[in-house]
Design a protein around this ligand. Sequence first.
Ligand code: SAH
Ligand code: SF4
Ligand code: F3S
Length: 442
Amino acid sequence: MEKEKGLFYIETWGCQMNEEDSEKLSGMLRNIGYSNTEDKEKANIIIFNTCCVRENAELKVYGNLGALKKLKKENPDLIIAVCGCMMQQEGMAEGIIKKFPFVDIIFGTHNSHKFPEYLNRAKQEGKSIIEIWNEEEGVVEGLPIDRKSDVKAFVTIMYGCNNFCTYCIVPYVRGRERSRKPEDIEEEIQSLVKKGYKEITLLGQNVNSYGKDLVPLLSFSQLLRRLNEIEGLERIRFMTSHPKDLTDDVIDAISECDKLCEHIHLPVQSGSAKILKKMNRSYDREQYLELVKKIKERIPGVALSTDIIVGFPGETEEDFEETLSLIKEVEYDTAFTFIYSKRKGTPADEMEEQIADDVKHKRFNRLIDTVNKIFEKKNKEYEGRVVEILVEGESKTSDDRLMGRTRTGKLVNFYGDKSNIGKFIEVKIVKSNSFSLTGEEI
Ligand code: SAH
Ligand code: SF4
Ligand code: F3S
């Protein structure tokens, strides 16, 4: 290890894909002698890892970038780097440099492994560097990774997306589907287990199409069964499952493999067949409900979560009510709810019948009321039960409780000894609300 060179600060917006890229950036920087700081003002390098899935995500980046101008003025040696999905959009990097000329380095999602090189160049050349690639040089393996938790880890099994849902920018900024080799995934998980990790979440925009690009072919369910054999690993989760690709063999694997947790994230997006078609989701309401029925039959006690968009172009009051009725029928344990946001370059951006903001907001509020009542009902079912949780760490509540999760992904806060962190313990659920459970150690 070289001697301490300085401090870096990384701010990450967006999904687990960006989180993982930031963990790798952090790992690379540590490898060349930098340490992490949570305090922007003390940092020698500031990295913003951006998301562009909705307009809000982009607005946050602009606001935060503007605020850096003062820091750069006070410390001209400060290196400011901007990366992530937002930068993969055409013309974005140039626009950022124009608006914020004090930015030193801009790079994209396909070349973040090159960051140390760009950093050197920026220091030597003293001018802004823009390096955006349209695709990567194959899957890059072996990067150091500086993980946030010591208990559970996210492991990406595939990159990119081929689905092109008409509202979504992800396929344009993350490229086509690329699967990692099963040996590489296994090796990474084995080394995590050796370090004491108990739970792994396999990541991909659509994990069910894992392996379709591999020679020899390997299906997602085959991968799951292989990973289930890893000794010392206790829990396996995965996300995201696209309903059109969640096949019987995956459902069977979950019901038969002891490490696979009884929780499926199954984004529905809308309950209206007409809107689903316009979204290019490749399933209709009936097919989705059939799938849910099958999952519930084959995996008793399964928890289901989802993503829902309101206000997609052409969504009528009836379409929206179909979404509400589907939610009530499925009874999700959790849901991520979004207001449709226009994204340049996506087909939905060009569609007629865009929904007025006030209508979107009113529907969104009704959606929130509906989902919250269901979450509350689902969580109440846990009251009085004894459940096993994996203790992840300190609770985010203001008291000094700890938190852990059930196999079904329920968040449990409880008073307990910190020596329990990283262990499986049994707790009795004594209280519940829409978003969490309160437990007592037994
Ligand atoms: N690959 C995953 C998640 C992709 S992004 C999947 O297919 O489910 C996460 C969620 O953001 C999506 O599921 C969708 O609900 C939401 N989303 C994507 N684009 C959006 C847009 N333009 N406006 C509003 N929500 C959007
Ligand atoms: Fe976006 Fe659809 Fe791909 Fe998910 S499956 S990332 S929503 S295009
Ligand atoms: Fe955002 Fe990129 Fe994820 S656009 S949601 S960070 S893949």
